[in-house]
Design a protein around this ligand. Structure first.
Ligand SMILES: Cc1cc2nc3c(=O)[nH]c(=O)nc-3n(C[C@H](O)[C@H](O)[C@H](O)COP(=O)(O)OP(=O)(O)OC[C@H]3O[C@@H](n4cnc5c(N)ncnc54)[C@H](O)[C@@H]3O)c2cc1C
Length: 392
């Protein structure tokens, strides 16, 4: 039986950060992961460049049944703190847009930085280790693994959510929570493309590859970012963002040209160039393929001069106020995050420790705290990992 102070389950963003912090306090730390390589999600994140934080990160960028839960951890380890660590390791980075910070070279720079930090603090990492059981027979935890048994004073669950199972995602963290009597809030895929059926699916298929800057709204939430038509439906940052808020059976509102009042522009064009084709006039405002499909679909044909205000208004509505009802999402296969998870009611927002199970901590995505797209999910992993690392 190996004796350790802190056993961390999951060598992703949150687990590594927690391991570094706990080891820096002089605790003996072992991080276990069943995967062959650590932090696979960091590796594939941000298109291989890892959007590792966001300059504008605040609690308003997170979804949770208790929106206040994340406040304390985010305040005690901020985006500036993580940026200072990145700078200390001389990793070059850039702001892409909207405060999103990416590595100039590769996401691997972030992984190597975390591994170097863990090593420098004398933390240990064991990969390809299956965890079969965890119990608390007395004041310590007993953990059975494929590489032997551990006795630990603290156990930190950092096994992430359910998204991208082929990268090693499992519901193991939820199983541990259940075993120790912690409540779980229903999980679902977030930051995920939306899918459609019938005519809408056909339209998306025909337009696959076309992208526009769009405003996408659901109830009172709206995002203005890119929208991409795909063979299966809609994707792009604005759609991924709204997918975390969307409720089944209800439509989302899409403005395909938020910079223009299409009705006013078409009225103006009718005055200036009455002989111009309606489709051509629309193609001055939208990508050509999109203008063509919208014109064909709504049978908006003929010269501008022959179009009534009513027709132009209908066409403008289709562009500026498109109501479209998804049939679903692409699910965990492609989702960037899992919404829901371990109910924050059962955790201390200061330490991330389960209030009823001393020594058991939950951090990162396994907890019911989910960020918007744009580096917020990693910031939550760093901040919650750092918080637990001070107490585990
Ligand atoms: C394609 C993609 C791109 C993304 N891009 C970004 C981005 O650019 N910016 C951003 O902020 N967020 C991004 N995210 C989200 C971000 O990756 C996650 O929110 C973050 O990795 C969560 O960190 P975590 O440590 O909680 O979990 P994870 O990083 O998922 O780590 C969990 C670890 O636990 C291990 N594990 C799981 N089950 C077991 C088990 N049963 N036994 C042992 N080990 C186990 C896994 O192998 C994994 O190493 C992206 C996600 C995806 C899928």
């Amino acid at each position: 039986m190996k004796q350790v102070d802190v056993l961390i389950l999951g060598a992703g963003a949150a687990g590594l950060m927690c391991g570094i912090e706990a080891a820096k306090r002089g605790r003996s730390v072992v991080v276990l992961d069943h995967a062959k390589k650590p932090a696979e999600k960091i590796r594939i994140s941000g298109g291989g460049r890892c959007n590792f934080t966001n300059l504008h990160c605040s609690p308003a960028n997170f979804l949770s049944q208790n929106p206040r839960f994340c406040v304390s951890a985010l305040k005690r380890y901020t985006q500036q703190d993580f940026l200072a660590l990145v700078d200390r390791h001389r990793i070059s980075w850039h702001e892409k847009t909207l405060g999103q910070l990416f590595c100039d070279d590769s996401a691997n720079d972030i992984i190597q930085m975390l591994l170097r930090e863990l090593d420098a603090a004398s933390g240990t990492l064991h990969l390809e280790t299956k965890i079969s059981d965890i119990s608390k027979p007395d004041d310590r935890f007993a953990i059975e693994t494929s590489k032997g048994r551990y006795s630990a004073q603290s156990v930190v669950v950092a096994t992430g959510g359910l998204s991208i199972p082929k990268l090693g995602a499992t519901g193991f963290g939820y199983d541990i929570a259940r075993k120790f009597g912690l409540p779980i809030l229903e999980t679902r895929a977030g930051l995920v493309p939306l899918t459609f059926s019938d005519a809408n699916r056909e339209l998306c298929k025909k337009l696959a590859g076309v992208s526009v800057d769009a405003v996408v709204a659901f109830a009172k939430t709206r995002f203005q970012e890119g929208l991409l038509f795909t063979h299966r439906g809609l994707s792009g940052p604005s759609i991924l963002q709204i997918s975390s808020f969307w409720q089944e059976g209800r439509p989302v509102a899409v403005n395909l040209c938020p910079s223009e009042d299409i009705f006013e522009r078409l009225i103006g064009a009718r005055k200036e160039s009455p002989r111009q084709d309606l489709k051509t006039a629309l193609a001055h405002l939208l990508p050509k393929r999109l203008a063509e499909e919208i014109s064909m679909e709504g049978k908006f044909v003929g010269r501008l001069a022959d179009q009534s205000d009513k027709v132009l208004r209908k066409l403008a509505e289709r562009v500026n106020r498109w109501q479209i009802t998804p049939v679903g999402t692409e699910g965990y296969r492609t989702a960037e995050v899992t919404l829901g998870g371990v109910d924050t009611k059962a955790l201390s927002s200061k330490t991330m420790e389960a209030t009823e199970v001393p020594g058991l901590f939950f951090i990162g995505e396994v907890v019911d705290v989910t960020g918007h797209l744009g580096g917020f999910n990693f910031q939550w992993a760093w901040s919650s990992g750092h918080a637990a690392g001070q107490f585990a």
